[in-house]
Write a protein that binds this ligand. Structure first.
Ligand code: FCB
Length: 453
């Protein structure tokens, strides 16, 4: 016993004196690009977004997604570009409006198209992460009230079951709902997304329905696939931001930042821990519901990280709440603050709240047509991941948003997030300098475990 104790002390002392460097990016770390069906495929005529885009004034420059990147006719080229980039994982979404254009009427040819893509990727050594809802709804669901309609949980579940049955065996990662809070912020708090409610008071019901729909989909995917011997991992992709007061000493700004953090960032993720979806913004909105089926429904934490907001409350002049960037900060073409430290802050919180949970950076990127900022942006965010991985964090992938310039929702084609640029009419894809760098970077990381200088 004594002997054991002495050796343990000696070993500990040695470990302290000669720390063994923990591995950075391990060989199983996955580099990934992320896309969404509506933004790349074209022809999504049965969706609520198609209708929204035809409403004058909704999309910059009157653009729409009817052609987008015409991805189905460019699969060979796009997959070969993913190979050039050294991609191990492709995150893409399947389109509910195409798969079930009318209630209960399933287009098997559409589902099979996705299944063939997944198989094709597999033969190329690329795994799939499939998103089931990325902002768009079939028109028939929207017409019944969309996320306000309590029937959406069952409707979504029917569609999810179809997809899981057909694609399931080849898909190791599933995202049920992409950025639920962006849908709420864009479509309910404001009116940049459908249904354009523009009222903070309207958010409780759609949020509850999203958590219920997610929970049911989670259980359905596991029921279908676990029974066949597969072990898929299922989660959300949460858009988390850093919210800071515009004026540090101002109590109202501080209160705003705290409330945005509580409601926007954490209300939905925390509901998967204890089933309680709750928040309170006095006089404006509150929720206190228990959704027991949501407990334990994240096999991984999917994080979409882009930027931070400084919040300013002005009592006397509308708009009463303003989002600002830090003075002198580097910003992207969309005016988003470049803030890799924010990723560090959020990872610390995620690791505290969800200890040991596998983490995927399901989106990270920037609008940068001229490609001046993209390389340092990616490198700085990867450096944050590397530090956390060395510290023992189970971070398993980095998905860059995105492969090609595409239809960027309310911004139309005016915001260019692609590693590859897209020529408007010819749809020609051309690698930006950052794409060439990305390919070299992933290869070097695979060899050395480190991001190259
Ligand atoms: C995210 C969305 C994605 C894309 C990027 C730029 O919030 O999930 O579809 O629009 O922003």
């Amino acid at each position: 016993m004594m002997h054991f104790r002495i050796s343990a002390i000696l070993l500990a002392a040695l470990g302290w004196a000669l720390p063994v460097p923990a591995l950075g990016f391990t060989p199983d770390f996955r580099f990934c690009v992320a896309t969404a069906a509506h933004q790349i495929e074209g022809g999504n005529f049965d969706s609520d977004w198609d209708r929204w885009e035809q409403t004058p004034g909704k999309i910059k420059s009157g653009h729409d997604a009817r052609v987008a990147t015409d991805s189905w006719n460019h699969v060979d080229e796009d997959v070969s570009h993913m190979k050039d980039l050294g991609i191990d994982l492709y995150r893409f979404s399947v389109e509910w409006a195409k798969i079930e254009p009318a209630p209960g009427h399933y287009r098997m040819d559409e589902v099979i198209r996705y299944r063939d893509l997944v198989r094709r990727l597999r033969t190329e050594g690329i795994e799939s992460m499939v998103t089931l809802h990325h902002f768009t709804l079939p028109k028939w669901v929207a017409d019944r009230g969309g996320w306000d309609w309590d029937g959406i949980t069952g409707a979504f579940d029917g569609y999810v079951a179809h997809v899981a049955e057909t694609l399931g065996p080849d898909v190791p990662f599933w995202v049920t709902i992409n950025e639920p809070m962006t849908v709420i912020a864009g479509g309910y708090v404001s009116d940049v997304f459908p249904p354009g409610k523009n009222s903070l008071g309207s958010i409780a019901r759609p949020m509850q329905n999203m958590v219920r729909a997610h929970a049911r989909a989670y259980h359905t995917i596991h029921r279908i696939l676990d029974s066949k011997g597969f072990r898929p991992k299922v989660g959300f992709a949460h858009h988390l931001r850093n919210f800071d007061p515009a004026r540090r000493a101002n109590p109202l700004d501080r209160y705003l930042a705290r409330k945005f953090d509580e409601v926007f960032n954490w209300s939905i993720p925390l509901a998967t821990l204890d089933g309680k979806l709750r928040w309170k913004v006095p006089f404006l909105t509150r929720s206190n519901v228990f959704i027991p089926e949501a407990i334990g429904t994240q096999d991984f934490f999917g994080l979409n990280y882009y930027s931070r907001d400084r919040l300013r409350f002005s009592l006397f002049k509308a708009p009463f709440i303003r989002r600002e960037t830090s003075r002198g900060a580097d910003t992207t073409e969309l005016g988003w603050e470049v803030y890799p430290v924010g990723l560090d802050r959020l990872l610390i919180e995620i690791r505290t709240l969800f200890p040991g949970m596998e983490i995927h950076l399901t989106e990270n990127g920037l609008a940068d047509r001229d490609d001046n900022q993209r390389i340092p942006f990616i490198r700085d965010h990867l450096a944050v991941l590397e530090r956390h991985i060395r510290d023992g964090a189970p971070i398993r992938s980095y998905c860059h948003w995105t492969l090609n310039d595409n239809f960027e929702w309310a911004e139309g084609y005016t915001a260019n997030f692609g590693l590859y640029s897209l020529e408007p009419v010819t749809l020609k894809r051309t690698p930006r300098a950052s794409a060439i760098w990305f390919g070299k970077m992933t290869r070097s990381v695979k060899q050395t475990g480190r991001i190259p200088e």
